[in-house]
Write a protein that binds this ligand. Structure first.
Ligand code: GMT
Length: 372
């Protein structure tokens, strides 16, 4: 198949899923065309079947807001005609679903059929999608999608609660390539981050309010009073200044290692004992799945799609949103029992295997075939 993929190329779960999916489809023999405003950050390999088409918006002084959607729609039309796309797969509803619809209509006027699939990733429905100023456009373009997928059952239900969608929504969870994690597991760089007697806690996110990184710091503050440990923070974002301030107030900065944004955090995950994800909402929790693939149990909230991944009392523990005392208690219980920790690490890995690309890729291929 000739597949066009539209996504946000910057750091973020939807871009990661779109890029890794495109790479896997190309490895399987499909031709994949990424149509984005910059090269997706995980698109760090080249193959005969992978193509990148840049959407570049010229800066005209007349416009206070540059018309990105129009340029993207024109680019999709161009790629669809000259690369003979069979399907278009857009990740994140806003604005990609409505742009896809616009491109589809332009192509239709030229007697070309281009079905489009919209994959919902979470904040496009749970946060941005709740904004009434977007509602008519999202509602319309989702209903016009030839197929819709969502990354969890929880997100499917949330979408149906928010929008009266007549279309079927197929749940296709996030995925990992388990082989890539297995090959790194033996190479451990723990000594770079902690003393042999110290445990390592890790958090990875884009430091938005929804991630509740302040709760990560509060959990760590409680845990380090009982257990010698270090906290590694991977990522960056708008909450960074507030986090720096809080670690000074809690007097924990000396035990926190901030490594910033890392395109592929596998090697750093390999040094961790426990992964912290205290998010306000999380449609799936790709960061947690990546940690589990690296044998890390997950201490998380029980929100959104997380319970579809993290099994309470087996692969980690879940608590109510904001209950950092409970999350700290669970972390201490796990880290102070070596046998239990070892078992949870194995359980986390076994659970991650269920989300291997070999299981998930055929689900997407089936959806593509259904719209052709
Ligand atoms: O987590 C973010 O803020 C980024 C966001 C995105 O769209 O890039 O992630 C969402 O999509 C991921 C991939 O499907 C999911 O694993 C994340 O759970 C989801 N984030 C939220 O729902 C907050």
């Amino acid at each position: 198949m000739n597949i066009g993929i539209v996504c946000y190329p910057t750091f973020g779960g939807s871009g990661v899923v779109a890029t890794e999916l495109g790479i896997a489809l190309a490895q399987k023999g499909h031709k994949v065309h990424f149509i984005t405003y910059s090269q997706p950050f995980r698109l760090n390999q080249f193959s005969d079947n992978l193509f990148y088409h840049e959407v570049s918006v010229n800066d005209y002084p007349l416009f206070e807001f540059q018309p990105y959607e129009s340029v993207l729609a024109s680019k999709i039309v161009d790629v669809a005609i000259y690369e003979r796309l069979d399907v278009l797969h857009v990740h994140y509803a806003i604005p990609h679903a409505s742009v896809a619809y616009m491109a589809q209509q332009i192509l239709k006027s030229r007697k070309i059929n281009l079905p489009y699939i919209t994959t919902l990733h979470g904040t496009d429905i749970t946060l941005v999608g709740q904004d009434p100023s977007f509602e008519p456009v999202i509602f319309f373009s989702l209903n016009k999608s030839n197929a819709i997928t969502s990354v969890s059952e929880s997100l499917r239900k949330d979408t149906l609660k928010t929008f009266k969608i007549a279309n079927k929504i197929t749940v296709i969870p996030n995925f990992i390539k388990i082989d890539e994690y297995q090959s790194i597991q033996g190479v451990c760089q723990r000594h770079k981050y902690a003393q042999p007697h110290e445990k390592i806690l890790i958090h990875v996110s884009n430091f938005r309010k929804v991630k509740r990184v302040d709760d990560v710091l509060r959990i760590f503050d409680r845990v380090r009073k009982d257990i010698p440990c270090k906290l590694i923070l991977v990522g960056d974002g708008p909450e960074r200044p507030a986090i720096d301030k809080l670690c000074r107030e809690l007097n924990t900065c000396s035990d926190i290692i901030s490594v910033g944004m890392i395109a592929n955090p596998k090697e750093i995950l390999a040094v961790g004992d426990v992964f912290l994800l205290p998010s306000e909402t999380e449609s799936f929790g790709l960061a947690a799945l990546e940690a589990m693939a690296m044998k890390m149990p997950v201490i998380s909230t029980n929100t959104g799609g997380i319970p579809e991944l993290n099994i309470h009392g087996k692969t980690g523990y879940m608590s109510k949103v904001g209950d950092y005392e409970d999350m700290a208690k669970n972390t201490i219980a796990l880290l102070s029992n070596e046998a239990k920790l070892a078992q949870f690490k194995l359980n986390a890995f076994e659970q991650a295997k269920k989300f291997d690309i070999d299981v998930i890729l055929p689900m997407y291929e089936k959806v593509y075939e259904s719209v052709l």
